[in-house]
Design a protein around this ligand. Structure first.
Ligand code: ATP
Length: 144
């Protein structure tokens, strides 16, 4: 099946989290559209992703001009700016993006993202903390 635009994945916010997601998606063979408001980060990622664009993702019209209304999958890696995170998810939902993943910085931020239209909410610190606890537990056996 030939790749179409609807198969590509938008990653919005190319910080530590979004950057890692985008890089891994490329390695897995996907087409990735990276979006960030920060020109330096756009430069940094410009030759590592399929397309990289500098834009304010809270601006639904700007996202439409980038063709986001034809994209099905988006990952929002904006975290510490809760307002920007929520407004970006809302804009994506308005544009009809069906599969929205979003990073939350806390439980109630996550609830807002779900109610705004995110299908999947990720809590990186909580998830990694849980995973490390399991890893530590597993390695404890080595000391017996
Ligand atoms: P990380 O821990 O993943 O580095 P963070 O939780 O500190 O990120 P932020 O600094 O809030 O998250 O945002 C991550 C990225 O999102 C930054 O590169 C920032 O430039 C970008 N970003 C923030 N607001 C917007 C916006 N309105 N439009 C596009 N990109 C944005």
């Amino acid at each position: 099946k030939p790749a179409t635009q609807s198969d590509s994945i938008a990653v919005i916010g190319l910080g530590r989290f979004g950057g890692a997601v985008a890089e891994s998606l490329m390695r897995l063979g996907h087409e990735v559209l990276g979006i960030d408001a920060n020109g330096e980060l756009v430069q940094k990622w410009s030759d590592r992703l399929t397309h990289v664009v500098q834009a304010d993702a809270t601006d639904a019209e700007a996202l439409r001009q980038l063709g986001m209304n034809h994209i099905q999958h988006a990952v929002v890696g904006i975290g510490s700016d809760i307002e920007a995170s929520v407004l970006t998810v809302l804009a994506l939902e308005e544009l009809g993006v069906r599969d929205i993943w979003a990073k939350a910085t806390g439980t109630r931020h996550g609830l807002i993202l779900e109610r705004t239209g995110a299908r999947h909410v990720v809590h990186p610190e909580a998830a990694m903390g849980e995973r490390v606890a399991h890893l530590v537990t597993g390695k404890m056996m080595d000391f017996l």
